[in-house]
Ligand binder design. Sequence first.
Ligand SMILES: Cc1cc2nc3c(=O)[nH]c(=O)nc-3n(C[C@H](O)[C@H](O)[C@H](O)COP(=O)(O)O)c2cc1C
Length: 424
Amino acid sequence: MAMCLTRNAKGDMMNGKRILLVIGGGIAAMKAPQLIRLLRAEGAAVTPVLTQAGAQFTTAMTVSVLAGEAAQAGLWDIASEAEIGHIQLSRNADLVVVAPATADLLAKMAHGLADDLASTLLLATDKRVLVAPAMNVRMWHHPATQRNLRTLRDDGILFVGPEDGDMACGEFGTGRMSEPEAIVAAIREELAPPAPLKLLPESQVRSGALAGRHVIVTSGPTHEPIDPVRYIANRSSGAQGTAIAAALRDMGARVSFVTGPAEVAPPEGVTVIRVQTARQMRDAVEAALPADAAVMAAAVADWRIKNSWAKKMKKDGSGKPPSLEMTENPDILAWVSQAGARRPRLVVGFAAETNDVVAHATDKRLRKGCDWIVANDVSEGTGIMGGSENAVTVITEDGPEEWPRMAKNAVARKLAQKIAGVIG
Ligand SMILES: Cc1cc2nc3c(=O)[nH]c(=O)nc-3n(C[C@H](O)[C@H](O)[C@H](O)COP(=O)(O)O)c2cc1C
């Protein structure tokens, strides 16, 4: 195919890198041309591969002209297959990107199907694969898709998005493909040379099952200001999160401990990041990434005051109380669970419930997209919130696992061992 495009490299971040871009069959395929433009502007070479369904949403001509290379589509092309083209394609790339990654493509990848060029090269590749899922919210939350996502994560597939938002089908929810700019940022991150290893002084090198692993632990309550002297808080003491951080440290992990204003002092030998509000906690967690695991034990306030007062509120003599308008805080657990390429391999959430503990926690695990939920009953009379003991049920993909009531330190050690079983 004759091409008339000259390369317009704005930067050299990706100079000399080759991206094999698989374009699946969803409305978001219309963003593929823009993705190709952005990648080429950063100096990358792009080989587009269109699935049969992908070609219904964007054309081979458009992506070929923008890429400066003919789009690949068929498995049964004699000219290229004489040189085993599908293997070469999958090996010549520095990174394989699937955008949009439809539910169908993800299912094929999870099951190792190879019945067209795209799925065959995804199975044949020896390179890292980054997927940008795009689908209807129901398709995203379907247990089959969620099962496939877990398989793909376990296989080391990297994710960017999806985002929450309006869908082409008129529904709202999780499933929108990340914008091309965000996909480019994730690609840039994957292609960046690894940071040089910083060696710890000998005295600080730890041994243990989690040596060399980085774990983020959040702990304590958050304080959401009403005015400079008043705030909304909860009864979390930070005892369980602190014990977990200490147990992980004792097993050799490097721990970033993001704590709200807790009653108990943070443990020694961990990196302590103190925050007040949910928004600060989210920013601190983001800054602490990447990590091998995240244990989100903090009791984050669901809501904050929409417009907190800059000055102390005073009675005005009218006898009328002020009205406080609330707004939702960022959902840190859901955000980390869906952090795409930056998602820790294991994300553990906590659920403090007062009724139907297992049912609510099981639902929460699916809604947030985390791997495990540690659920506890904090209803009055259990003495758990602020107490020294805990009775938890750990919910994993295999179902609920009820642990006997024990000291929070013992829960922490048992959980740290379970974590080491995955990332150790
Ligand atoms: C108008 C239309 C829009 C679609 N959008 C999506 C989508 O966004 N995500 C998705 O997973 N499937 C979507 N589908 C269904 C896929 O196109 C279908 O499952 C197809 O087999 C996927 O092929 P692929 O594996 O080549 O991507 C859509 C279908 C139609 C007709």
